[in-house]
Structure formats: C-alpha cells, structure tokens
Write a protein that binds this ligand. Structure first.
Ligand code: FES
Length: 139
C-alpha cells in the first residue's frame, strides 16, 4: 500500500507547521535568556535637528539632552542620570546640572560634582551649522 504524492504532501503540512511553531517557540524562549545575560541589539543612532539658535546663556534644553553653545564650542549631554536614570535639569544660577531623584550634580561638561552618581554624563556629537537646522545632535 502506498500513498499518492498529494496525500503524502497533505500529511507533511501539519508536520511542517508544527516544526515552524516549535522553532518560533524556541526563539521566544531564547531571546529573553540572551537579554538576561547581557546581549543587546545596539540602538541605531538618531539625528535630531534643532531649528533655533542658542539663547544668550548658550543652553538649549531638549527632552533627551541639554545642548551647550559657549565660547565657540558646542556639546550636548544626555539628560539621563548615570545613577538610576532620572532626568537631570540645568540650573542656570549655579551653572550645574542636577538630578531631582537623589541630587547628583554634574558640571556643564558632564563631570560628576556630587554623588551618588559616580559616572559622568554621556556626551553626544553636535554639528553646528550657519543655517537651519542650526544644530544636529546625534544621540
Ligand atoms: S537617579 Fe540621579 S541621582 Fe539617583
């Protein structure tokens, strides 16, 4: 007794579907394990265009970074505190950045002034232009 080609193919279809489901299930299990051991897909760099010039104090506050344009130099610092990730703010009177969560302070160059943070703020690349967009920040 032999099966025709059509009935053999029909018998293999559910088997192939099961294999595919098994493969997807394994991937679903492996991916969280890889994340747990530290595997990360690197984030693609984003370019953010700023269409205004810096105000007189040379500080532009963006939701993701604080941009400084002073004495002919431009730089941007992340707003993500290196302690536990709260959003730092710029204090113009004292000329420092401070985290509202545990009061870590950073210099305008991103160096730790007061802890508990121990790591300096991450700096982003800034491209300054003469026409709009006046700054392009790569984060
Ligand atoms: S999260 Fe910024 S000081 Fe703790």
């Amino acid at each position: 007794m032999s099966l025709s080609n059509t009935s053999r193919e029909a018998a293999q279809k559910p088997r192939n579907n099961r294999r595919m489901l098994l493969g997807l299930g394994l991937l679903a299990l492996i991916f969280p394990l890889l994340r747990f051991v530290g595997f990360r897909v690197p984030a693609k760099p984003r370019k953010i265009e700023i269409n205004t010039t810096a105000p007189a104090n040379g500080v532009l506050v963006h939701s993701d970074f604080i941009l400084f344009d002073r004495d002919g130099a431009s730089w941007a610092l992340t707003r993500k505190c290196t302690h536990l990730g709260c959003k730092v703010s710029y204090h113009e009177q004292g000329n420092y950045l401070e985290c509202p969560c545990h009061q870590s302070r950073f210099s305008p160059e991103g160096k730790v002034v007061n802890g508990p943070a121990k790591i300096d703020l991450v700096a982003y690349t800034v491209e300054k232009r003469d026409t709009a967009p006046y700054y392009v920040v790569t984060i």
